[in-house]
Design a protein. Structure first.
Length: 396
């Protein structure tokens, strides 16, 4: 689908991905080994989904081979193979001496097809494509197009996109809250959504000062269960890295401290590290993680905000000659297996990804068929599921 809005023009620093957009049935070269093939598919699907969804628009600059190598940790051959396929399908074009650009204008929209607005706070390499595919699969079946906008966690941008989509007469909204832990200032626009009776559903989070239903993970309960696993394996000195500007981070911290309290385990301020979208690069840099390590080197375990952060911390530990779980046990969220070291699989809460998108789309369609949706409950919380990771050492 083509997005009529001015969407983000640059790529944020993100982690590895395992995306589920279609591969186009392309036959890969037999010279590429099985492991490289999987990496190729991740990168190809990641780029394809961002382009076809409109997050990266026609004529936008696409990341270079060097940037993608650093971003994903893949070989030049793997990156080049993925880019060659994107180019062969007409999704990107290479301009000698200038760089690589998106060359996908999207399908011409049927003016009579209804549309929904999808507003995201920022796109995560490993979550966005599959969540989007889930939403898109439902909406396509029902005959809806999707307009996508990414706020990059800026409330001013959220206001711009809300106004644009309201002026575009969308039939419904799916919104991921921007800086969702804080009360939202765009009150006038959300009141206008209710006044116009436009069905609206939040994903991943919601605002404390807005009354809209949401589809989310059970973040506090999930963090409680992860912490409980650490405690049951004998860990009493448990550190944590949490994100403070979204509701997921605060809920995960809440579950962590509640579990410590229930089990009578000591909490120490010095063992907790906080970061936000704006200062993520600094806080999770080698210098930032070194400061964290110096305060927590006596801890035997750590719970972190997501698998992206887990990847940063595991890489930092490896450079110091330390290993998970031999030296430090580690638990996380999203179940992405981002580390290249196949020896370790991070014990992680499973993010429903595609299924979250499907349920969100189906619930929004039900709301659009219900003139009394504002007085009904269309929220959903996923039960906690934890993978079979081996990143926790029993030290009892």
């Amino acid at each position: 689908q083509t997005c009529a809005l001015p969407i983000c023009r640059g790529l944020e620093r993100q982690s590895d991905s395992r995306v589920a957009a279609g591969s186009g049935g392309t036959e890969m070269s037999k010279k590429i080994g099985e492991q490289s093939l999987l990496k190729y598919e991740k990168l190809y699907n990641w780029g394809r989904t961002l382009i076809t969804s409109g997050v990266i628009q026609n004529e936008d600059k696409f990341p270079s081979e060097n940037i993608l190598q650093k971003k994903f940790g893949y070989s030049r051959q793997t990156v080049r193979t993925a880019l060659n396929q994107l180019e062969a399908e007409g999704l990107i074009k290479r301009v000698k001496g200038s760089g690589t650009y998106v060359s996908y204008e999207g399908n011409l929209r049927n003016g009579e097809r209804p549309r929904i607005g999808l507003i995201l706070s920022y796109f995560s390499d490993y979550l966005f494509p599959r969540v989007y595919d889930g939403i898109d699969s439902v909406m396509k079946e029902a005959g809806y197009d999707i307009d996508v906008a990414v706020t990059k966690n800026r409330l001013n941008d959220e206001a711009i996109y809300l106004e644009g989509l309201l002026n575009g007469n969308v039939a419904g909204f799916i919104i991921e809250g921007t800086r969702s832990f804080f009360p939202n200032p765009n009150i006038r626009l959300y009141e206008e959504i209710r006044k116009r009776n436009i069905p609206t559903l939040f994903i991943h989070n919601h605002y404390s000062n807005q009354r809209f239903d949401s589809v989310e993970m059970s973040d506090a309960r999930a963090a409680y269960k992860l912490t409980e696993i650490l405690i049951q394996n004998g860990h009493r000195r448990i550190a944590g890295i949490f994100k403070y500007d979204d509701m997921q981070g605060i809920e995960r911290y809440k579950g962590f401290v509640e579990c410590l309290s229930d089990y009578g385990v000591k909490f120490d301020d010095d063992w907790i590290r906080w970061y936000s979208t704006k200062d993520m690069e600094e806080k999770l840099s080698k210098k930032g993680l070194l400061r964290m390590y110096r305060r927590t080197k006596d801890c035997t375990a750590m719970i972190v905000y997501n698998d992206e952060v887990a990847g940063y911390y595991m890489e930092f530990l490896e450079e110091r000659g330390l290993h998970v779980p031999e030296d430090v046990s580690l638990v996380s969220f999203d179940d992405e297996e981002l580390q290249q070291d196949a020896r370790v699989k991070v014990l992680s809460v499973v993010h429903p990804k595609y299924n979250l998108g499907r349920i969100t789309g189906k619930n929004l369609l039900r709301m659009m068929d219900d003139p009394d949706w504002q007085n009904k409950n269309y929220s959903y919380r996923f039960p906690v599921s934890i993978n079979d990771g081996n990143s926790v050492k029993d030290i009892r």
